[in-house]
Design a protein around this ligand. Structure first.
Ligand SMILES: Cc1ncc(COP(=O)(O)O)c(C=O)c1O
Length: 466
């Protein structure tokens, strides 16, 4: 760890000095100007510098933010804070250094993986085809360029998905795919069925589209057939939205028989089944996607956000043949098309084997993180699998949901309450979702898990460890 040569002048009654954070930022600037700190040099962590200078971590965080504002240093996700290269372009974006502070288990994102080198190579490869680049800069059919669809569909086929390049459409990620589906196939006032706890992004879009959502009960395998059948009879819904593989938030995966039972009910009541498969490539093995079982009933949504990079914003949709034209029109109305530059980049990453390599790294990293979960939370009521980004934790009865979420937050651990996943009018289960892939390091994750384990042991009313 670097020791920085910084001397601070504290304020006294007779002498008012600059705030400490500014003094630290000035010292960094001075050392860069004098050559003591060179481009690419890694600065100490917030905590280490705070200890060295006997100031709070918050002061160092503010000092580094000030140094970033002056374009002296940059914070790199998961790696630390570095002295900027002299030729940094003016558009550089530096991820917030806040991660040093909190253990954020809020967002279901892939674990932090360095993708810079593979992206650079992919972009270099694209740049070798100026004619193609020029063509990518034109308007094209909303469905996406046929050669790009072919490459991506073929890769998905190797993962066991019956995606047809003639039928698939690209979207700007899974969320955009959901939005397209709702606007193409639902009308204001329609009723849709959803899992009793479900992806909040869907609930939010449904509210915006003014469609009504009704919950269907779940067990450890996802939707319970009898509950679906009862809801179909009662509401005559237009569609069922569900996540059969690694359900968000419960991690449940439907077995083959359950999938067939759910499809049979949807067929019987003429309900379209939307299969949200954004987590579908995460398990090493899984039952056949619903799409494969009935492509004329299933609307399939997937994307590269969880298995490659959310920043690529690339998703895909395949709908039954008779709905194809309506989807095409919806995409045209929304955004005319998805940028071919992005689909071209994804093709490069797939063809060079980078997408598979990232997926393998994700598998490996997630299984280690899930082992930490078993170690620290194993004795509590958790649902998780070795390949899911998240964990569903049912609280002991002595904890009220909102109290637990606040108590965790007060100790710097951010988690999501079941309330966010529950459709209006449905009962909120006493549970929270932990997105264990989100902290940049395993150490940070483990700190958060230890805090949660300690809280779970305590009855807040009596405030002693049980
Ligand atoms: C079930 C589900 N669907 C869709 C999405 C959105 O995916 P994307 O980031 O590709 O828009 C998410 C994101 O977490 C999700 O959990």
């Amino acid at each position: 760890m670097t020791i920085m040569n910084i001397v601070l002048t504290p304020s006294t009654e007779s002498h008012k000095s600059d705030p400490l954070y500014r003094q630290i930022a000035d010292a960094i600037e001075q050392q860069i100007t004098s050559g003591e700190l060179s481009a690419g040099h890694k600065l100490p962590t917030h905590r280490a510098l705070a200890e060295q200078l006997k100031v709070t971590v918050g002061t160092v965080t503010r000092a580094y933010a000030e140094a970033e504002r002056r374009e002296l240093v940059e914070a790199r996700v998961g790696a630390g804070t570095f002295v900027c290269q002299k030729d940094s372009p003016s558009w550089v974006y530096n991820y917030s250094a806040q991660e040093e502070e909190a253990c954020n288990l809020g967002h279901n994102i892939p674990p932090c993986i360095d993708r810079a080198e593979m992206l650079k190579e992919a972009m270099d490869n694209l740049s070798r085809h100026p004619d193609q680049l020029n063509q990518m800069m034109l308007y094209h059919d909303p469905q996406g360029l046929e050669p790009h669809r072919r490459v991506i569909a073929h890769w998905l086929q190797t993962k066991g998905l019956d995606i047809d390049p003639e039928r698939m459409h690209f979207s700007s990620g899974g969320q955009h795919a959901v939005q397209l589906i709702l606007s193409a196939f639902c009308r204001q006032g329609d009723t849709l069925l959803v899992e009793q706890v479900t992806y909040p992004g869907f609930l939010s879009l449904a509210r915006q589209q003014q469609v009504s959502v009704k919950p269907v009960e779940l067990d450890h395998e996802g939707i319970i057939p009898a509950s679906l059948e009862a809801a179909c009879r009662q509401y005559q819904p237009r569609m069922l939205y569900c996540t059969p593989t690694l359900q968000n938030p419960t991690t449940a995966t439907m077995g083959e028989q359950r999938r067939n039972e759910i499809l049979a009910i949807c067929r019987r009541y003429q309900v379209l089944l939307v299969e949200d498969d954004v987590n579908g490539l995460l398990p090493q093995q899984r039952p056949a996607p619903m799409l494969n079982l009935d492509p004329e009933l299933v609307i399939h949504i997937g994307g590269l956000s969880k298995c490659l990079a959310p920043g690529l914003r690339l998703g895909y949709i395949q709908v039954p043949q008779n709905l194809q034209q309506r989807l095409n029109t919806a995409l045209h109305n929304h955004s005319l098309m998805i940028s071919p530059l992005l689909t071209g980049l994804a093709c490069e990453l797939i063809q060079k084997g980078d997408a598979d390599r990232v997926l393998q790294q994700i598998h490996h990293d997630i299984s280690l993180r899930q082992q930490l979960v078993s170690k620290h939370l194993g004795k509590f009521a958790i649902q998780h699998t070795p390949d899911s980004f998240h964990v569903w934790l049912t609280l002991p009865e002595y904890w009220r949901l909102s109290d637990f979420v606040s108590a965790a937050e007060q100790q710097g651990v951010i988690i999501k309450s079941a309330e966010m996943f529950t459709p209006p009018g449905a009962t909120i289960p006493p549970a929270v979702r932990l997105a264990i892939s989100a902290p940049f390091t395993h150490k940070k994750l483990e700190q958060g898990l230890l805090i949660l384990a300690e809280l779970l042991q305590k009855d807040p009313m009596n405030d002693f460890a049980l």
